[in-house]
Ligand binder design. Structure first.
Ligand code: NAD
Length: 493
């Protein structure tokens, strides 16, 4: 299968004529080839988007939304088929792939509802016979750049609000996961989205991603990915005075207090640390545990890890799939060596699986370190693999301080039965998302998604907050007095 660009409603060869292999991380097999485009392809898409957007913005928002309802229905009909393809290109286990497609379905229906809202404000004027209101207006052409770990969900978080608000979208997906991008473009087409409103241009970051960021007709960049790349994009957008929304890395912690339900805590930690093989921005990579229950928690975690079946995610009994590629395996392994050198104690795992069926794919053993201190690199840097570090503390205050001591601020969780602990944690954990008696993953699409500090730059995906990225506010004053009324001056007093 050759995956082409989708520009102005047509499937097109990249102008470079070049393609790269797409590898199934579970088997090492090449399952497709993806276009490796050049800046010309971005320019072609942006020009077409610019033209199409003018008409699209004039379509009444409830009508625009009807297309999203159809997109939602098509995603629903194809959920199983899409999930299987997703597992094959990205590696996450099939149950999680179904969950990811479901996020897209939820987002379609939620954002379609926005077609009948897109609320602004009406407000009294300070003058007689004058009306005041604010409305959301589309920004124009939106550039979307996404990572490989959620190949369809993140694209829906960004493109659905952009499209319902009247923008046109040019999307550069991660080159590792282009199949979901192709499927989403097909679904938009079948749902009746006019040509030119949604484009997919495949290719690498430094060439194609960069051309999108620097294109003068792209008014907003919405990026999800690593801090390193996000920072670079933000610098460029800063110089160009371009709006940029960044969703980046995490170093998320689960706090386990001495009164916690440990069975529940273990379930939450295992799911958040090893689901998607730890390759979620919200993955739990630190467990901050009260010293009184540390030993018991470790014992139970060890028992639970032993039951995890590792393998090809298409097998329904597998709980931990492969990581994305060899480079990721090597990076995870490097961090594990660093942890050992730093003096952390390896409780379980800590190696690449190379035997038998594992030989062709990219598998890392679920890994737990203990006796980790908050200043170790494994406790501060994003590893993006199935590695979790246990840090012991003596109080809730200390737990919160450790949680907040990293550069990231995406997600955090606390397991406790004490309502006072709960409310203090809700107030003091410095992350964009806080879970109580649940792991660090599990966001729902109608609330804002994103983080504080180094995780982002203040914007949010999901919820109504996403509309702020893809719209400008216009304030409108209508004076029906028939005379010049000067604000702040021609008042009665
Ligand atoms: P990445 O930063 O390497 O790549 C992300 C995207 O940026 C890809 O499409 C890539 O091709 C593109 N890119 C790379 N260099 C570029 C450049 N110079 N200019 C423009 N675009 C460029 O990230 P990744 O490895 O694909 O994904 C993993 C990262 O994503 C992790 O750090 C993870 O935490 C983060 N992530 C964050 C969230 C969130 O919502 N906060 C969600 C998922 C993943």
């Amino acid at each position: 299968m050759k995956i082409q660009n989708y520009i102005n409603g047509e499937w097109k060869e990249p102008s470079t004529g070049q393609f790269a292999p797409v590898i199934n991380p579970a088997t090492g097999e090449t399952i497709a080839e993806v276009a490796m485009s050049g800046p010309n392809d971005i320019d072609e898409a942006v020009q077409a988007a610019k033209e199409a957007q003018k008409q699209w913005a004039l379509v009444p928002a409830p009508k625009r939304a009807e297309i999203l309802y159809k997109v939602g229905m098509l995603l629903k009909e194809r959920k199983e088929q899409l999930a299987r393809m997703l597992t094959m290109e990205m590696g996450k286990v099939i149950e999680e792939a179904r969950g990811e497609v479901q996020e897209g379905i939820d987002m379609a229906f939620y954002m379609a509802g926005e077609g009948r809202r897109l609320f602004g404000d009406t407000t009294p004027s300070e003058l007689k016979d004058k009306f005041a209101m604010s409305v959301r207006v589309p920004v124009g052409v939106v550039g979307i750049i996404t990572p490989w770990n959620f190949p369809i969900a993140i694209a829906t978080w960004k493109s659905f609000p952009a499209i319902v608000a009247g923008n046109a979208v040019v999307w550069k997906p991660a080159p590792e996961t282009p199949i979901m991008a192709q499927e989403l473009a097909r679904i938009f087409e079948e749902a009746g989205l006019p040509p030119g409103v949604f484009h997919v241009v495949h290719g690498d970051g430094p060439t194609v991603g960069n051309a999108l960021v620097e294109h003068p007709d792209v008014k907003v960049i919405s990026f999800t990915g690593s801090n390193e790349v996000g920072r670079m994009i933000a610098e460029k957008c800063g110089r160009l005075l371009k709006k940029v929304s960044l969703e980046m890395g995490g170093k998320n912690a689960v706090i386990v207090m001495d009164d916690a339900d440990l069975t529940l805590a273990v379930d939450g930690i295992i799911w958040s640390a090893f689901g998607t093989s730890g390759q979620r921005c919200t993955a739990c990579s630190r467990v901050i545990v009260h010293e009184r229950v540390k030993q018991e928690l470790e014992r139970r975690l060890l028992e639970a890890v032993k039951t995890l079946k590792i393998g090809n995610g298409l097998d329904e009994t597998v709980k931990v799939g492969p990581v994305i590629h060899e480079e990721a395996l090597q990076k995870i392994d490097r961090y594990v060596r660093i942890g050992v050198e730093e003096g952390a104690k390896l409780l379980v795992g800590g190696y690449i699986l190379r035997e038998g069926d594992y030989a062709r794919g990219f598998y890392y053993a679920p890994t737990i370190f203990t006796d980790v201190t908050p200043n170790m690199r494994i406790a501060r840097e994003e590893i993006f693999g199935p590695v979790v570090s246990i840090i012991s503390v003596r109080s809730l205050d200390e737990a919160i301080a450790v949680n907040n001591s990293v550069d990231y601020g995406l997600s955090s969780a606390i397991f406790t039965r004490d309502v006072n602990n709960v409310f203090r944690a809700m107030r003091d954990l410095d992350t964009g998302i806080v879970y109580v008696n649940a792991g660090t993953t599990g966001a729902e699409i109608h609330l804002p998604f994103g983080g504080t500090k180094g995780t982002g730059n203040g914007h949010r995906d999901s919820g109504v907050a996403a509309l702020d990225v893809f719209t400008e506010w216009r304030s409108i004053y209508v004076d029906f007095s028939g005379k010049l009324q000067r604000a702040q001056i021609d008042t009665d007093d």
